[in-house]
Design a protein around this ligand. Structure first.
Ligand code: GLY
Length: 284
């Protein structure tokens, strides 16, 4: 029997509570993306296609630190990373520190059926060029200002999770990194700590990459859910350990029953979701 599909997306976790107009901008953007992608999932698109499209929309919106609007590394260059995991086939693909690509998530999607599924730097760029993927400058005036003033900015990594009508799960994560980092630093986003899915669970993380990796966040939650531990219990167990270590990150998680959660050790995580219950998003 066809399942009721579910989509959940995030636009990063932050250390400041967003209120009023700045929260409203994010809410409007997240809801518009969910409203665009969810009908496709309801009409039969696969979870992999839905998370790819949702992540590409988030990458195209300069509000977020992914694709256009990515943060700038300490040598003045933008290098982006993205990953995609198909839970039903347990397949992971990603790109690390790729420059100038409009949608790093589309490169991860193209790599999902290849033998070599994670590419970095110039190799990732060459592969994307050979495929004819679109290149576009990711620099925005706001990120240049933040870079010159050495401000961290308000926005974070993006991610998307979907459960499709076949009951398959997928996860996508994409980032411009931490900003001001040593050139070619590798973030969590294109690792199994920042993006993971199996038959029972999908997770996308956002926050301080090193701390997400040290918690092995996404893969650990998915393994616990696969072993029969509840979704909320798995997320809480992982985040309470992270809180004890004062780690700063958040995540979204979705299981094969369509239950989902957004949780963080920081002040907030920006998220929106659509499912049989309707469309909802983070409130103040
Ligand atoms: N989570 C993104 C990063 O730390 O680069």
């Amino acid at each position: 029997m066809a399942k009721a599909p579910v989509l959940i997306i995030h636009g990063g976790a932050g250390s400041r509570k967003l209120r009023g107009e700045s929260l409203m901008h994010f809410q409007q953007s997240l809801l518009a993306i969910v409203e665009k992608v969810y009908p496709r999932l309801r009409s039969g698109a696969s979870a992999v296609e839905a998370v790819t499209l949702a992540a590409a929309c988030l990458e195209d919106d300069p509000l977020y630190n992914a694709g256009r609007g990515s943060k700038i590394q300490s040598d003045g260059k933008i290098r982006m990373s993205a990953a995609l995991m198909d839970g039903s086939r347990r397949r992971f693909a990603g790109c690390v520190n790729v420059e100038g690509l409009r949608n790093p998530i589309r490169l991860a999607r193209a790599l999902l059926n290849k033998r070599d599924r994670v590419l970095s730097g110039p190799g990732a760029k060459r592969f994307a060029q050979d495929l004819g993927l679109t290149f576009r400058s990711p620099f925005t005036a706001e990120r240049r200002r933040e870079f010159l003033e050495q401000r961290p900015g308000k926005t974070g990594t993006i991610g998307a999770l979907a459960l499709d009508r076949q009951g398959h799960l997928a996860a996508a994560t994409s980032t411009g990194g931490r900003g001001q980092e040593f050139p070619f630093r590798v973030s969590d986003s294109a690792t199994v700590a920042g993006c993971f899915a199996n038959k029972n669970c999908a997770v996308s993380a956002t926050g301080v990459g090193e701390e997400i990796v040290e918690s092995a966040a996404a893969a650990t939650i998915c393994a616990w859910v696969e072993a029969g531990i509840g979704l909320n219990e798995s997320v809480e167990r992982l985040l309470s350990g992270a809180r004890r270590r004062k780690a700063q990150f958040g995540l979204i998680a979705l299981n094969e029953r369509g239950e989902y959660t957004a949780a963080t050790t920081t002040k907030n995580i920006l998220w929106a979701a659509a499912g049989p219950h309707g469309i909802v998003c983070l409130r103040e």
